[in-house]
Design a protein around this ligand. Structure first.
Ligand code: KG4
Ligand code: ZN
Length: 347
């Protein structure tokens, strides 16, 4: 049996600073410090995000290690998110991690944030059986994967424009509901009728697995201007939220189930901030169960950005090789998967 390694993991790709200690696939601690102050700007201000990471990262690391009583003498390697994300935020986490690697003479593993999300369903389900269809849905990403092992996965589809979380956030802003929009739309939708308004389900019948959510946002904007030129009446908001949520969730569920059916795969997982959505969780489970497909939805703490998923995949993916990760010159890469795909197509 391979040796159980203790990994100190650091995640700071966006507006959550997180530090975790993972040993042999088990999460010993996973602390998250969220930057709620962005609410007042109706979106993330990158420069303020990186400054806030600087303020908390050292304390959070000490707290995460104290919580599980692990000292640096017991740490075998450091894992840190190196891509994709906000460049300033990524630089803070990676430079902090590099500093620790030098001070304590430890290997350092750069980790792709999306790979962290892909396997976040496995954090609480150690006996996951591959292959799996994984839907990663967050504020910055919407992507569908076929996952065959911790080392092998394939992108089936990506959003061509906005991410699903971005659609929740932008539509919430149109309704004056503040930022982030997903949790508040989720809450208000519970009091509304999802069939009240018929918003578009873009690309739902498209044979491929790509997504598109910018048309939905435009359609809601035109609808609000046309129906409520003097402002949206408060009593209409729950119905609008429920109808918007239904449009987003219908597409996410239909594409995921279609992929599982087409590839004859019997497990699906959802991950990323939007996987906290109550309708997405219940509708995915229901539609999957009808076809005898198993659904894994991560615990809420693993849906949002967290370092546990970064440490977990570093250990699973690189296991024995981890000691050889001694390159302190790696650079962070902010480019999204969509930008990377475009670049590949151009070359
Ligand atoms: O994964 P995450 O914490 O950060 C990114 O990498 O983007 O995801 C944040 C996104 C935001 O767009 C937020 O509105 C959305 O996740 N979100 C939700 C819910 N909770 C968070 N969307 C829908 N329903 C929710 N309950
Ligand atoms: Zn994320």
């Amino acid at each position: 049996m391979s040796k159980k390694r203790t990994i100190l993991a650091i995640e700071s790709s966006c507006d959550d600073t997180s530090v975790a200690v993972v040993k042999g696939g088990k999460i010993l601690s996973n602390l998250i410090s969220s930057q709620y102050f962005h609410k007042k700007y109706s979106g993330i201000v990158p420069e303020l995000a990186s400054r806030a990471h600087i303020q908390v990262i050292s304390r959070l690391t000490a707290d995460a290690m104290t919580e599980c009583s692990v000292g640096f003498d017991e740490v075998d390697a450091i894992a840190v998110t190196s891509q994709p994300g906000l460049i300033g935020s990524l630089i803070v986490g990676s430079n902090f991690a590099k500093g620790l690697a030098v001070k304590y003479n430890l290997p350092i593993v750069p980790v792709n944030h999306i790979e962290g999300h892909i396997f976040s369903g496995c954090l609480q389900e150690p006996k996951v059986e591959f292959p799996i269809i994984t839907l990663v849905v967050s504020g910055g990403h919407t992507a569908l994967f076929r996952v065959d092992s911790y080392n092998k996965y394939k992108i089936l589809g990506l959003t061509r424009d906005d991410a699903a979380g971005e659609a929740f956030d932008k539509i919430a802003a149109l309704l004056g509901l503040g930022y982030p929009g997903g949790p508040v739309i989720d809450k208000l939708a519970k009091q509304g009728n999802p069939k009240a308004y018929d918003f578009p389900r873009s690309m739902i019948h498209d044979p491929g697995f790509d997504f598109s959510f910018s048309g939905l946002k435009t359609s809601v904007r035109y609808f609000l201007n046309r129906e409520f030129p003097d402002g949206t009446p408060e009593e209409k908001i729950p119905d609008i939220c429920a109808s918007v949520q239904a449009a987003i969730v219908d597409v996410l569920v239909a594409k995921t189930i279609k992929a599982a059916n087409k590839l004859r795969i019997k497990s699906v997982t959802i991950a990323g901030g939007v996987s906290a959505n109550s309708q997405l969780r219940s509708q995915m489970k229901k539609e999957a169960a009808k076809r005898k497909i198993r659904t894994i939805a991560p615990d809420m703490g693993f849906c949002m950005d967290n370092a546990a998923m970064i440490g977990f995949i570093a250990e699973k993916k690189f296991g024995e090789e981890i000691e050889s990760f001694r390159d302190l010159t790696f650079v962070v890469n902010p480019a999204s998967m969509r930008a990377e795909r475009k670049k590949k197509k151009r070359n």
